[in-house]
Design a protein around this ligand. Structure first.
Ligand SMILES: Cc1ncc(COP(=O)(O)O)c(C=O)c1O
Length: 359
């Protein structure tokens, strides 16, 4: 605390990211939903092609080469695509662009358990927020998002950390019930779910779908997120970007990201492997008495049931395996476990067995 901090800085509760290992520390890292497989070798080639004189210049502001590749891959126009420094930044811009700020304004609706950055951004930008409790089975309460139109809606689908997918027909109900406000569907994990709300874009001008290359495309360290939607929504995001930082994506990230998006077969194969490992480990944990939610993501949300989640988290950490534990109401008996390679996941299951045997 410093006397120079303003009121916002004093009072904000910042987002807490998953633990990052110290340089040189060897761990099995299953706590931030990264991709355990590297991006295609062509991505490295692309990175090395960036010329030193190019680095002397500011990058192209809109990440045009990435937008063009994304548009091609997703069957959209480049004007329907916005790129930013990770989808975290794209979400922050979206909150600023589309949800009303200030006391007395209609609140933004979010699920009570969802990506924990949403309440942080709402607080940072003075956006009134109403949290809609998930149902007892952790699914999104669709009817509560459809009651009386408020100041917009934001949710992750599949949701995090629950890993559960809301069917597209339910997403559509929410869009229909909120025609005058933006419905933001955060699809950070959609590649692992076999479904995307992008299919609804031709029908709904109030739909904004965000995505990221951090998970499916193995580029968490590069920071490239995107939003797709009606051209006027994208223009709104550009207005906010250009009021904050005209160059959010650097020239190397643009080249790397555009190449990674073009490497569709490589990405699809990694996603397929991750989903197969996910389903195998879900079975293994259920065989051990764990309650594992039906994940459509690259992580499992699972409760050990007979012992506390916190004790398992701590013991795994002692064994050099990092998973995510949220000491929060309703989910404090669950662990969020990112899907690693088969070897890493076998080591996880082995460690869980050892812990159960008191080792
Ligand atoms: C639901 C959700 N949205 C967005 C993000 C942010 O992803 P990034 O900023 O790496 O694109 C994450 C990261 O874990 C996430 O879980």
């Amino acid at each position: 605390m410093s006397r120079f901090w303003n009121e916002k800085t004093r009072n904000i509760e910042p987002y807490v990211a998953g633990e990052q290992p110290k340089p040189g520390q060897k761990v099995i890292k299953l706590n931030t939903n990264e991709n355990p497989y590297p991006a295609s070798p062509k991505v490295k080639d692309a990175m090395l092609e960036v010329e030193i004189p190019t680095m002397a210049r500011y990058p192209e502001t809109s990440s045009q080469i990435v937008r063009e590749e994304l548009a091609k891959a997703l069957g959209l126009k480049p004007e329907q695509v916005f790129c930013g420094n990770g989808s975290d930044e794209v979400l922050a811009f979206s909150f600023q662009a589309f949800f009303e700020q200030g006391e007395g304004k209609k609140p933004l609706l979010v699920p009570d358990i969802s990506y924990s950055f949403y309440p942080v951004y709402a607080d940072l930008y003075n956006i009134p927020l109403k949290k809609i409790p998930l149902k007892d089975d952790f699914s999104i309460d669709v009817s509560a998002f459809c009651e009386e139109e408020q100041g917009g809606v934001a949710f992750a689908n599949p949701n995090a950390p629950t890993s559960l997918l809301l069917d597209l027909s339910d997403v559509e109900k929410i869009l229909k019930a909120n025609p005058n406000h933006v419905v933001l569907v955060d699809e950070a994990y959609a590649a692992f779910s076999g479904q995307t709300a992008r299919d609804l874009l031709p029908k709904y001008k109030n739909l904004l779908v965000t995505g990221t290359l951090s998970k499916s495309h193995s580029l968490a360290g590069v920071r490239l997120g995107f939003a797709v939607g009606d051209e006027e929504l994208i223009e709104g995001l550009c207005r906010i970007r250009d009021s904050f930082n005209s160059y959010p994506v650097d020239c190397i990230a643009q080249k790397v990201a555009a190449t990674a998006v073009a490497e569709k077969e490589w990405v699809d194969e990694n996603v397929r492997k991750i989903c197969a490992t996910r389903d195998r480990i879900a079975v293994a944990l259920r065989e051990r008495g764990w309650n594992v939610l039906d994940s459509k993501t690259n992580f499992l949300f699972a409760s050990p049931v007979t012992v506390t989640a916190e004790s398992v988290y701590t013991k795994l950490r002692e064994k050099g395996i990092l998973v995510r534990y949220f000491n929060k109401p309703r989910i404090s008996e669950y662990l969020r476990i990112s899907i690693g390679t088969d070897e890493e996941m076998d080591a996880l299951v082995g460690a869980i067995d050892a812990i159960a045997e008191g080792k």
